[in-house]
Ligand binder design. Structure first.
Ligand code: NAG
Length: 485
C-alpha cells in the first residue's frame, strides 16, 4: 500500500515543484508570496508588464465632457478616460485608407520620420522617407511612422471638442500620427504634457500607472527623463523589485475610440492591426496648465480641423522627440545625444543650491521638505506653502533625502554633494533618480493643491516670503517646518 503510493507522491511532488510559482500563488491566495521573498518567485516575473498584477479598468465616457468640465474634472486632478466612439465623426475615421493616402500628389514629396522597429528602442536611429514610400512599405515591413500628421491630411483630423476654445489654442504643442501594421510596443514612460489620442484604425491596449500613488515604484532609470529600461515583454522583478507593488489601469481601445492620457501618467502602449493590416492613431499634445479655464468655445465645426491650428512643436520646449510618446524632458538638450556626459545635472545642482537658502547650508529632513514647499518651481510653480503634505509626498521626499544624504547622518550638506560629485559613476544615476522622484513630487503636489483649497487671499502671507535660515537646533524634528527656515 505504502510502497505503491510513493511513486505517485513523488510524481505529485515533482509537479508541484516544477509548476511555475505564480500558478501556485494564483490558485492559492491564502498563501501569497510576500514582498520579502525572492522577487523571482513573485507572480509575473519575466512575463509581460502587469500580467499578474492587479488591474482596474479605465473610466469610460460615451460623450465628451464640456471644456470646463474637462479641465476641472480630468486635467487638473489628472484622471484618464476612454471616450468610446469619440473619433467616429471624423473624416479620418471615415475615409483613411492606403488608396486615399496615395491619391495625394504631395505624398511623394512630404517626408516623414520612421522608426525601424515595432518594439520601441529609444536609442534606435530612425530614418526619413516620403509618406508615399512609407505607405507602400508599412504592410510588409517592421516599420513605424511617428510623425506630424502629413499636411494634406490635417483637414481630416479634428480638434477634440473640449479643446475647441479660443484661449486653449496657445496650449497646443504638437500632433503626431502613429502608423504601422500593428504589433508595436512602447517602453514604459511618462510625458510632461496632456494628451488626447484618437484611434482611427486597429486596436490598442494600454497599461497605466497612477504616478501620484505609485510613481516612486516605477523604475525610471533612463537619462533625458521619463522612461524605464525595463523589457516590457519580460519584467525582471529581481532587477526592479518595486514594480511588484504597482496597480495598473487597463485600457482597451477599439477603432474610433479616443483616450485622454494626463500629464505624468506612466503608460505602456501595445497596438494591433485591423483586418486591413493597419494601425493608425493621431494624438494631440498640449501643455499642462492647472489654472487654465477655457473660454470662447463656440468654434464652428469647419474651422476645427488641425490645419486651422498652430502647433509650435516639441522643439519649442526643448523636448526630445523620439519615441512613441515619451517626449518630455525637463533638461535642455541642444544636440539630442543620449550621452550621459551631456547631462546638465540640473536637479542635483538645484538641490545643492537650495542648501544656500538655509542658515547653516544644510538641511534635516524637515528642513528639506520645507525647501521643497517654499522654493518656487521646485515642486510647483504655484504657492504651496499652505499645503499640508501627505504621507505619499513625505515618503517620496524621504527617498530623495536618503539618496542625497550619502553619508547617512542627520543632514544633507555640502559634504554629501562633494561625495556625490566625486563618484562620477554614480552622479548620473543619482541625477536620474532625483529628477524622476522630483517629477513625482510635482504631480503629488499638484494633486494636493487641487484637493486642498487655497486659504482666503486676504489671509495669505506675502508671496515668496524670504526663507529664513535653519535654526541651530539638534532636535529640529520637533520644530514646525516653517520655523526651521
Ligand atoms: C534579472 O535581473 C538580475 C539582477 O539584475 C540579473 O542578475 C538576472 O540575470 C536577470 N534575469 C534575467 C532572466 O534577465
Amino acid at each position: 500500500m505504502h510502497s505503491s503510493f510513493l511513486p505517485i507522491m513523488h510524481f505529485l511532488l515533482v509537479v508541484v515543484l516544477i509548476t511555475p510559482a505564480h500558478n501556485t500563488v494564483d490558485n492559492n491566495p491564502s498563501h501569497p508570496i510576500s514582498l520579502d521573498d525572492d522577487p523571482s518567485l513573485f507572480p509575473g516575473h519575466l512575463e509581460p508588464l502587469g500580467s499578474k498584477q492587479p488591474k482596474k479598468d479605465i473610466e469610460v465616457l460615451t460623450a465628451y465632457p464640456s471644456p470646463q468640465e474637462y479641465f476641472l474634472k480630468y486635467i487638473r486632478p489628472g484622471r484618464p478616460f476612454l471616450l468610446k466612439g469619440g473619433a467616429k465623426y471624423q473624416k479620418a475615421y471615415k475615409v483613411w485608407n492606403d488608396d486615399y493616402f496615395m491619391s495625394f500628389e504631395a505624398a511623394k514629396y512630404e517626408n516623414v520620420q520612421v522608426e525601424p522597429n515595432k518594439k520601441e528602442i529609444r536609442e534606435a536611429q530612425g530614418f526619413v522617407t516620403s509618406f508615399k514610400d512609407f505607405v507602400q512599405r508599412y504592410g510588409k515591413e517592421k516599420i513605424y511612422m511617428v510623425n506630424k500628421v502629413p499636411s494634406f491630411l490635417q483637414k481630416d483630423v479634428m480638434m477634440p471638442p473640449p479643446l475647441r476654445c479660443k484661449n486653449t489654442r496657445n496650449l497646443m504643442l504638437d500632433h503626431v500620427t502613429w502608423m504601422s501594421s500593428g504589433g508595436t510596443k512602447s517602453v514604459l514612460h511618462q510625458d510632461d504634457l496632456d494628451n488626447i489620442n484618437c484611434l482611427f484604425r486597429g486596436e490598442k491596449d494600454l497599461l497605466f500607472i497612477n504616478p501620484i500613488k505609485y510613481g516612486s515604484k516605477v523604475p525610471i532609470d533612463r537619462p533625458k527623463g521619463g522612461y524605464s529600461s525595463l523589457d516590457v515583454d519580460k519584467v525582471n522583478f529581481t532587477k526592479f523589485p518595486s514594480l511588484r507593488e504597482v496597480e495598473y489601469i487597463n485600457c482597451h481601445m477599439e477603432e474610433g475610440d479616443c483616450l485622454f492620457i494626463p500629464r505624468g501618467w506612466y503608460h505602456q502602449v501595445n497596438s494591433k492591426a485591423n483586418a486591413q493590416n493597419q494601425n493608425i492613431a493621431v494624438n494631440i499634445w498640449f501643455r499642462h496648465n492647472p489654472r487654465h479655464m477655457p473660454e470662447d468655445c463656440n468654434l464652428p465645426e469647419d474651422e476645427a480641423s488641425l490645419n486651422h491650428y498652430y502647433f509650435p512643436g516639441m522643439e519649442s520646449l526643448h523636448i526630445r522627440d523620439d519615441g512613441d510618446g515619451g517626449k518630455e524632458d525637463d533638461d535642455d538638450d541642444e544636440d539630442e545625444t543620449e550621452e550621459e556626459g551631456d547631462e546638465e545635472h540640473s536637479m542635483l545642482k538645484l538641490m545643492m543650491w537650495s542648501l544656500t537658502q538655509t542658515k547653516y547650508g544644510r538641511a534635516s529632513f524637515k528642513t528639506f521638505t520645507s525647501l521643497l514647499k517654499r522654493i518656487p518651481n521646485f515642486v510647483s510653480d504655484e504657492d504651496i506653502s499652505h499645503v499640508e503634505l501627505d504621507e505619499n509626498f513625505l515618503n517620496v521626499a524621504r527617498m530623495v533625502f536618503n539618496k542625497l544624504n550619502v553619508d547617512g547622518n542627520k543632514f544633507i550638506n555640502g559634504d554629501d554633494f562633494k561625495k556625490i560629485y566625486q563618484n562620477t559613476d554614480q552622479v548620473d544615476e543619482i541625477e536620474i533618480f532625483v529628477s524622476a522622484q522630483m517629477r513625482n513630487l510635482q504631480l503629488i503636489a499638484a494633486s494636493l493643491l487641487h484637493q486642498q483649497p487655497k486659504p482666503d487671499p486676504s489671509m495669505d502671507e506675502p508671496p515668496n516670503t524670504a526663507t529664513r535660515d535653519e535654526a541651530p537646533q539638534i532636535n529640529d524634528e520637533k520644530q514646525s517646518a516653517k520655523d526651521e527656515l
